[in-house]
Write a protein that binds this ligand. Structure first.
Ligand code: ADP
Length: 270
């Protein structure tokens, strides 16, 4: 099962954007990128797909507004920064979707929300209602109430949990790398992109073995965990670069590379 077939088969798609993807080099929200994504997402919706977005970037957006807080490490300032930034982030998404006549909705979640049956039921029903009405829900962690100990901690996990909650058909993580590599491509030109992962344990070994400097750890591990979670519910996942030209369309068309994490059945059936 290749990436275009995953898109063709999926009706309910969760798209997650990391903060490196959404921010420009100078630490601002990359509004033109959001606008291009909204245009491509609108086209997907017109073609009959349903979409939920999981968006990081509140802190970046907050910092660009409150640059005098940049050095403040105090937890309350960091939470305040996210509260300010969340508004800016949602403004940027709203501005991006408005030309396509699409409304967006903000959903802020915490770890506790996923552990409580009544809350998960409410979340699920709200997501279904919004999407059925053609609205694009945009989910982020509620940083104001989530101190370190009770955090979901990363939006890869949040995206996988949201995909499971909504019974999505496909989860797409947009990052600042084309997919999973067997070595660090910044250090080793012979590094190869892994097009298909069927076995997460094997992928984990690969990542640990590829570990030089910062590469081989960090962000990629939470992506493997997200894949494991999603796959255990039968939801395939794609990891791809979010800053490539028209990344969403290109992935669906098979003109952009990425890593497909497949449930065993699909891996065998292809
Ligand atoms: P995001 O902000 O998009 O969630 P992260 O920075 O958390 O992204 O994770 C992506 C990063 O993981 C890549 O830019 C890369 O430096 C690092 N990484 C470590 N090991 C690997 C690997 N084996 N394959 C791909 N990326 C890796």
């Amino acid at each position: 099962m290749n990436i275009p077939s995953l898109f063709a088969k999926a009706r309910k798609i969760v798209l997650k954007f990391g903060s490196n993807t959404l921010a420009t080099g100078n630490g601002k929200i990359n509004a033109p990128l959001l606008e291009k994504f909204a245009e491509q997402a609108a086209a997907l919706i017109r073609s009959g797909k349903q979409i939920i977005i999981v968006s990081s970037g509140a802190q970046v957006a907050g910092l660009s507004a409150m640059d005098k807080w940049a050095r403040k490490k105090d937890i309350h300032y960091r939470q305040a920064l996210c509260a300010v930034g969340q508004v800016k982030l949602m403004n940027a998404w709203e501005h991006a979707f408005t030309p396509w006549g699409i409304h967006i909705a903000q959903i802020l979640l915490t770890r506790d929300d996923f552990g409580d049956t009544t809350r998960t039921l409410n979340m699920r029903n709200t997501l279904f209602t919004l999407v059925d009405e053609g609205i694009v829900p945009i989910i982020n962690e509620n940083d104001t109430v989530s101190v370190e100990e009770i955090k979901i901690g990363d939006n890869d996990t949040l995206a996988a949990q949201s995909a499971i909650l909504w019974s999505a058909d496909l989860l797409v993580l947009f990052s600042d790398i084309d997919g999973l590599y067997n070595k660090n491509p910044k250090e080793d030109p012979a590094a190869q992109l892994v097009a298909e992962v069927r076995d997460i344990a094997e992928a984990r070994r690969l990542v640990k073995a590829s570990g030089t400097s910062e590469f081989g750890t960090g962000g990629i591990l939470t992506k493997l965990e997200a894949a494991e979670r999603a796959l255990s519910y039968g939801i395939p996942m794609i990891l791809a670069h979010g800053c490539r030209e028209r990344a969403l369309e290109a992935l669906a068309a098979g003109t952009q590379p990425g890593t497909a994490f497949l449930v065993h059945q699909e891996a065998r059936g292809s």
